[in-house]
Design a protein around this ligand. Structure first.
Ligand code: PLP
Length: 421
């Protein structure tokens, strides 16, 4: 389509006049974009997309062949993306409440199911209230600007997710960045930030590239000492970390000390889309008045609300799914370590197989796919230079045989490339 539009513009330009000017601007833009794309290819950081021709799940069919591929790279931690009850709930919501609202929430986009889901989320997290967004990216884009002014300060872990970084960029508060999970550095920054009216410490609960978990107990102690609030992004924790899957705050026993939680409905909770903030009622009330991604973007579609609502019901009925995922994570981590690999993080279903070299990670991921195992290599700039890895993500719906097949393939490929120690 882009080629068609550009072609038409260039053809209609002719010589002289405003059309020629716009035609040459487009040609200039095109040259610049092509050179930028070439740079990305040249740097070896081009991200291509594999096309899946089946539902999301542990076994995939790729477009153009490739059936029975074992999938180890989705955030489908609990396997709810294709759970029959989740799908049925989506269909029922679609039939009863329609395809969508054609509106933002405050004009005519709030249905009973949106209010019910918000109540369910706040009940799940044991917080006062919750507000839905189209995504957690939006929840992170909305909160800091609505909450913090130039009189306030935000202290952010240097490895926080891009959406937290962008959300913080949008606000006018004073910004402090502390070294990754470094409590000494956080304390120094909290001391510097004492001059501001309000301090908010912002961290991922679990970090998606390393599978490591923020030291929330220590963060909350420091927050108490320096009279600060704590915000956590629980995208890689909600539904499965902690005895009842409430998240990192439950895992580390600080549910009453974390003030604000942002999380996603697009990973463990059914995997469709959507995000939310949950916390004190006046904060949620303020977000409904001031948060720009909430005020100026469409309501969540009913089918998506139906999925998430059913996913939460399933999790509140029983923690068997989360326990099954934890057992499989343990199986994968221990077998891979015994085989001679280094797996970063601890006990988290994000299991980064550390390889160091970017080319090795890319070639090994390709070899794994040739053996029917879908995993992805990550290298600079997504992770620091020299820390390339293949990120494996475990799901409750992987069988023990799936896990063992993955370990066997890694061992073969690792031996072939001399990556074992
Ligand atoms: N925060 C973290 C830590 C994430 O990993 C992601 C997704 O990759 C997001 C926020 C954004 O979530 P969503 O997909 O709901 O926009």
């Amino acid at each position: 389509m882009w080629r068609g539009v550009v072609g038409r513009l260039l053809r209609s330009g002719g010589a002289g006049g405003p059309r020629a000017a716009s035609g040459s601007a487009v040609a200039q833009l095109r040259r610049r974009l092509e050179s930028e794309l070439e740079d990305i290819r040249g740097a070896g950081t081009w991200k291509s997309e594999r096309i899946i021709a089946s539902r999301q799940g542990p076994h995939l069919r790729l477009a153009g062949g490739g059936a029975g591929i074992l999938n180890f790279c989705a955030n489908n931690y609990l396997g709810l993306s294709s759970h029959p009850e989740v799908i049925r709930a989506a269909v029922e919501a679609l039939e009863k409440f329609g395809a969508g609202l054609s509106s933002v929430r405050f004009i005519c986009g709030t249905q009973s199911i949106h209010k019910d889901l918000e109540e369910k989320i706040s009940h799940f997290h044991q917080r006062e209230d919750a507000i839905l967004y189209a995504s957690c990216f939006d929840a992170n884009a909305g909160i800091f600007e609505a909450l913090l002014t130039p009189e306030d300060a935000v202290l952010s872990d240097e490895l926080n997710h891009a959406s937290i970084i962008d959300g913080i960029r949008l606000c006018k508060a004073n910004k402090y960045r502390y070294k990754h999970m470094d409590m000494q550095d956080l304390e120094v920054k909290l001391q510097e930030a004492q001059k501001h009216r309000l301090r908010l410490v912002a961290t991922d609960g679990a970090f998606s590239m390393d599978g490591d978990i923020a030291p929330l107990r220590e963060i909350c102690q420091l927050a108490q000492k320096y009279d600060a609030l704590v915000f956590i992004d629980e995208c890689h924790a909600t539904g499965f970390l902690g005895p009842n899957g409430r998240g990192t705050d439950e895992l580390l026993g600080v549910m009453d000390k974390v003030t604000i939680i942002n999380s996603t409905l697009g990973k463990a909770l059914g995997g469709a889309a959507g995000g939310y903030t949950t916390g004190p009622k006046p904060l949620i009330d303020l977000l409904r008045q001031r948060s720009r991604p909430y005020l100026f973007s469409n309501s969540l579609p009913p089918a998506v609300v139906g999925c998430a609502s059913k996913a939460l019901d399933l999790l509140m009925e029983s923690n068997a799914i989360a326990q099954s995922m934890a057992a499989k994570t343990q199986r994968f981590r221990s077998k891979m370590t015994a085989a001679g690999f280094t797996i970063s993080g601890k006990d988290h279903p994000i299991c980064p197989v550390m390889l160091g070299d970017a080319r090795l990670a890319a070639v090994m991921a390709e070899d794994m796919l040739n053996r029917g195992i879908y995993v992805i290599g990550f290298s600079y700039p997504v992770v620091p230079k020299g820390k390339a890895r293949i990120r494996v993500q475990i799901s409750a719906v992987h069988s023990d045989e799936d896990i063992d097949r993955c370990v066997e393939a890694f061992t073969e490929v690792g031996q072939k490339h001399g990556a074992l120690h």
